[in-house]
Design a protein around this ligand. Structure first.
Ligand SMILES: Nc1ncnc2c1ncn2[C@@H]1O[C@H](COP(=O)(O)OP(=O)(O)OP(=O)(O)O)[C@@H](O)[C@H]1O
Length: 692
């Protein structure tokens, strides 16, 4: 594929024509924005609330139409052989489309740039020589600082043209990283595009090695779905779930850059934050709390308040007394228990059922009661008292508190589900005196969320993207699943990067917990981040941490710099600082990754050496390029150069060796251009042989 640049005389004109189209598209976008800004809504809004809503929508539209000078308005062009939709008709003329981040039209409404998500844009990502999709020419544009400076052509239907890889794609992938994550809209690969454009009806799960673009694909998928199903998703909502706040900060600018400003982001902990977390669980206890069997224990706990009526209900109205015998009440209760409705809904329904029963008696004795009478009977103190006795209100937090503090109650609810040892592990050593003094752990909040859902149905969104899914417990999958029970999900993860004691071992199982059993599992294996030499080194850990998973290949041309250096314990900090200095000699961001308990000493060392550093999530810039990253926060992030401090400390920082090695695998796979490993203690034996 020839790369054209303006220095070649014969290319000067086509390039100039493209530059002109860019300039005209920019003016058209400015005009579109001016039109929206000039809208006078005072006539159409009617009232204050409507005016506010409309003004906010217009405001968003203006923001979405902003011309971001550092993001090119279009990045590709497709020349179709025939106008799309015209079935290869004789004489039908080909059409030309510029593909960009958003739709731009001229004053007549004719398109100047087509949204990358539109159906006519799809061949830009998918067409090949084998299947040209009616495309004669695919052109990719190269930019330098916002200026269109080059282009690259593929004549897909020309058998004489050789197929070569794209230089522009290569440049994009190899570019040094600074700042937060960027969109990949100009270079989405065919296997990624399949996932991005999968239908909204189905849940998709993606297993992918580090750097294969899972996060990027998930974010572009939301943008695609919002385009294809805008109204539906505006009503139902979308959500991106990530592992922690710094990760969410790292990805938060991708969707706005694609013109999507409304997508919410949260961690799983945010979703279930019904109470304040002030406690933690030892690993084994957290594992049991996260086990799917807890769902049935909680169901029993909620229903344990139901008592079969022993007494009849007697309702006095005027001079008459109406009696519902206990056995009929029991029938009503049993019927509600068997129906698939929430505990709280049944609590609301029972008084009405009882009142209905009395109404039928009234009719049988010749009265003609109406609905108001039924409501009045349902509110009668005798009915209320009876309902309180047989189907009391449930308080989710109190129910969980009782389960974790009352051994007898736990035994009753967990009978046949949890072993006596497991029950003993669950119980608080010192039960709190009240709800207010309870030291809830993160796992407890998930139990409360499950209980809340037993009482009252959780609102479901239209689509949820779940990133770094491999770390969720079954109970956390259930919590996420509730939030897309009537919608769909994109589940992204890597079994080899699971660093919780309950990490996912099988996606099929995880999808079942999520409530989407049988969803397809796709695999991405082409790595866009980690260079060949580095991924090969990190992959030495794979047979131990995830037997059966294939190592990623790297699409990066450069094999990457890989340095592994042993020092004495005394010299380690100085060696790490020297490696940081070396790394700062290169362009791009630098991540110093270390075991969590090495962070404080390394911070002190950096300070005394006068090396300024950032915390993860803080934006790197050309001035501030070094981030000090605790290993537990490294997941999902990437840095141009990574300096990795003492792998052995990262491994021993985790409760078991497998988790430790997986944490190390995450740390080893953050580098885009180079990795320097500094160690005083021996490396794990898997790595001892060193790079190939
Ligand atoms: N098609 C592509 N074109 C250009 N860059 C890409 C492409 N796909 C992915 N990348 C880049 O590769 C890097 C890794 O992508 P991403 O973070 O989405 O991978 P991941 O699979 O989520 O990794 P991890 O498992 O480590 O979290 C990012 O910088 C991303 O922008």
């Amino acid at each position: 594929m020839p790369l054209h640049d303006p220095d070649h005389a014969q290319d000067a004109n086509p390039l100039r024509a493209e530059q002109t189209h860019l300039a005209e598209s920019r003016s058209a976008l400015t005009a579109m924005r001016a039109d929206v800004e000039a809208l006078d809504i005072s006539d159409v809004t009617g009232n204050w609330v409507n005016a506010k809503i409309l003004a906010a929508e217009i405001d968003n539209r203006i923001k979405a139409l902003a011309d971001l000078s550092h993001t090119p308005l279009f990045f590709g062009r497709l020349d179709y052989l025939h106008a799309p939709g015209v079935e290869q008709a004789e004489g039908a003329e080909g059409e030309q489309f510029y593909i960009g981040r958003r739709h731009v039209h001229d004053a007549h409404g004719d398109p100047m740039v087509i949204d990358w998500r539109a159906p006519v844009s799809q061949p830009f990502y998918r067409a090949s020589r084998v299947e040209p999709m009616d495309v004669r020419l695919r052109r990719r544009f190269g930019y330098t600082g916002g200026e269109l400076t080059a282009y690259e052509d593929e004549h897909l239907t020309d058998p004489a043209e050789a197929s070569t890889s794209s230089k522009l794609l290569q440049t994009e992938i190899e570019r040094p990283r600074v700042g937060p994550m960027r969109d990949i809209v100009a270079t989405i690969q065919p296997e990624q595009d399949e996932i991005v454009r999968a239908g909204i009806g189905g849940t998709v799960c993606v297993q992918g090695a580090p750097g294969t673009g899972k996060t990027a694909v998930g974010l572009h998928r939301v943008a695609y779905l919002l385009y294809a199903h805008r109204e539906r998703l505006a009503r139902t909502g979308t959500l991106v779930i990530g592992p922690n706040k710094s990760f969410l900060q790292y990805i938060e600018q991708v969707l706005p850059a694609l013109g999507e400003l409304q997508v919410k982001q949260a961690t799983v902990d945010d979703l279930v934050a019904h109470v304040t977390v002030r406690g933690t669980d030892p690993a084994e206890r957290a594992r049991i709390k996260g086990d799917a069997r807890m769902a049935e224990v909680l169901r029993r706990a909620v229903r344990s308040g139901i008592r079969m009526p022993k007494e009849p209900i007697v309702v006095v109205r005027g001079s008459r007394r109406w009696r519902v015998p206990a056995y009929e009440l029991e029938e009503l209760v049993r019927e509600l228990m068997e129906r698939d409705i929430r505990y709280g809904a049944a609590h609301e329904a029972l008084p009405q059922r009882i009142a209905h029963n009395i109404l039928v008696r009234m009719e049988e004795s010749g009265e003609a009661p109406d609905d108001r009478v039924q409501d009045a009977v349902a509110r009668n103190p005798a009915v209320k008292a009876a309902v309180k006795g047989v189907w009391p209100k449930a308080d989710p937090a109190k129910t969980v508190l009782r389960l974790l503090s009352d051994a007898e109650f736990l035994a009753e609810c967990a009978e046949g589900i949890l072993t006596p040892e497991e029950q003993a592990t669950l119980l608080w050593e010192k039960p709190p005196r009240s709800l207010a003094s309870a030291k809830w752990s993160p796992a407890d909040t998930v139990l409360i969320d499950e209980t809340l859902d037993l009482v009252q149905r959780t609102h479901s969104l239209g689509h949820v993207v779940l990133d770094e899914a491999q770390d969720l417990s079954p109970m956390q999958y259930r919590a996420v699943g509730r939030r897309c029970s009537t919608g769909s999900a994109t589940v992204l993860g890597d079994i080899a990067q699971g660093t919780t004691p309950w990490a996912t071992a099988s996606w099929e199982e995880a999808l079942t917990h999520l409530g989407k059993p049988g969803a397809p599992v796709e695999e991405l294996t082409r790595g866009f981040r980690v260079p060949r030499g580095v991924i090969a080194y990190a992959s030495l850990l794979l047979p131990t941490i995830a037997p059966g998973l294939a190592p990623a290949t790297s699409v990066r041309e450069s094999p990457g710099d890989l340095v592994i250096r042993r020092t004495s314990a005394e010299e380690l900090d100085a060696a790490v600082l020297a490696a940081c200095h070396d790394a700062l000699g290169h362009e791009g961001s630098i991540g110093l990754i270390a075991a969590d308990d090495r962070i404080a000493p390394l911070a002190a060392a950096l300070e005394s050496a006068g090396l300024p550093y950032l915390a993860p999530g803080e934006e790197t810039s050309a001035q501030a390029r070094l981030t000090l990253v605790p290993a537990t926060l490294a997941k999902g992030l990437e840095y141009d150069y990574v300096v990795l401090d003492e792998p052995a400390a990262i491994v021993t920082g985790e409760p078991d060796e497998r988790t430790g090695l997986r944490r190390l695998y995450v740390a080893l796979t953050r580098a885009v251009s180079g990795l320097a490993v500094l160690h005083a203690k021996p490396l794990p034996e898997e790595l001892a042989a060193g790079p190939a």
